[in-house]
Design a protein around this ligand. Sequence first.
Ligand code: PNS
Length: 161
Amino acid sequence: MRKAVYPGSFDPITLGHLDVIKRAAKLFDEVVVAVAHNDAKQPLFTSAERVDLIRSSLAEENLTNVRVDAFNGLLVEYAIKQGATALVRGLRAISDFEFEFQMALMNRKIQPDLETIFLMPKEEYSYISSRMIKEVSRLNGDISAFVSPKVADALEQKFRP
Ligand code: PNS
C-alpha cells in the first residue's frame, strides 16, 4: 500500500491545496493531510480549526482515500510512524523552489526512506497563498474564488465577528 503525507500549515486551506490533495489522491492508495501545529508561525486558526476546515472543504470531493490529521514535532518522524513512503508538497512557482529544495534535502538527510514529491496545482491557483488570502480577507476583499465557502465564512468570523 502506497501512503503519502501531505504536510503544511494550511492556515487556512485554499483551493490550491485542495487541487494538490486531489492529484495526490490519484497517485497514492492513501493520503494523510497533516496539519503542523507550528505555533511559532502564530497561525490565525488553531490546529483543530484548520483540521475542521480541511475536512469540510473536502466533504464534497468524495475522496475516500484521504485522511486529515494534526502533528507536532519532526515531520519525517510523524510520516514514518504513519507508514508513509512519500511526502507531497505543492510547487506553485520558482519562488517556492529554494525553500522546498532545502526542506526536501534536509528531510531526506534525516530520513532517507522518505521521498519528497512535488505536485503543481492548476495554473489558476499558482499565485494564491494562505498568507495573501488572510491579508485580503482582513481588508474586507473578496476571497471567494480562492477558498471553499466554509473557509470564506470562517475568515469572515475571525476578522468581522
Ligand atoms: O505550509 P507550510 O507552512 O509551508 O509547511 C511547512 C511545514 C509544516 C511542512 C514545515 O514547517 C514542517 O515540516 N514542520 C514540521 C517540523 C519539521 O519537521 N521541521 C523540519 C523541516 S526540514
